[in-house]
Design a protein around this ligand. Structure first.
Ligand SMILES: Nc1ncnc2c1ncn2[C@@H]1O[C@H](COP(=O)(O)OP(=O)(O)O)[C@@H](O)[C@H]1O
Ligand SMILES: [Mg+2]
Length: 157
């Protein structure tokens, strides 16, 4: 969903895992309390891989599992990060139990399958749309203007 504040808009090729790691590191560098990163894309698009790259850049050395069944996995990083996968979300009541608002009060959130609960995202979220165009993996990134500074050193289309 495009927001009025989505003044940053760029497309990055992600030909390999190293490229995803660089994007993850750049996003991690801009993450603060109250920030949300919406990870859009089909099954296998690379959402969990990018979430993992962000968490590893924040110093997580343990395994970063996909929260497919737990729906959320929290990390004691700085800022604290809650990694959501809403694919199996059943209803609004279950969403309320996941504490996304509290997670945003205390830290940053990474949300796979944001289309399952679009109203839960803050309007200033960074949106990363992962997909394949002309046979190449890409990330289309939109969000508040301040992200231009964080992502300025990455190769873009
Ligand atoms: N930039 C990339 N280059 C090559 N392979 C990738 C890249 N990003 C992700 N992958 C691979 O794609 C597969 C699916 O990734 P995953 O992150 O689990 O997708 P999703 O969470 O969107 O379902 C994994 O095997 C992963 O290693
Ligand atoms: Mg995933």
């Amino acid at each position: 969903m495009a927001q009025i504040s989505d003044t940053f808009r760029k497309e990055f090729p992600l030909p390999d895992l190293a490229a995803t790691a660089r994007l993850g590191k750049a996003i991690a560098g801009g993450l603060g309390v109250g920030d949300a990163v919406a990870l859009w894309g089909d099954l296998g698009a690379g959402k969990t891989t990018l979430a993992r790259a962000i968490l590893q850049a924040l110093g997580v050395t343990e395994d970063v599992p996909s929260p497919t069944f737990t729906l959320v996995q929290s990390y004691d990083t700085a800022p604290p990060v809650a990694h959501y996968d809403l694919y199996r979300l059943k209803n609004a009541r279950e969403m309320a139990e996941l504490g996304l608002e509290d997670a945003l009060d205390q830290g940053a959130v990474l949300v796979e399958w944001p289309e399952r609960a679009p109203e839960a995202l803050p309007p200033e979220a960074l949106h990363v749309r992962l997909g394949i165009a002309e046979g190449v993996r890409r990330a289309r990134v939109t969000g508040p203007a301040r992200w231009a500074k964080e992502l300025k050193n990455l190769i873009h289309v």
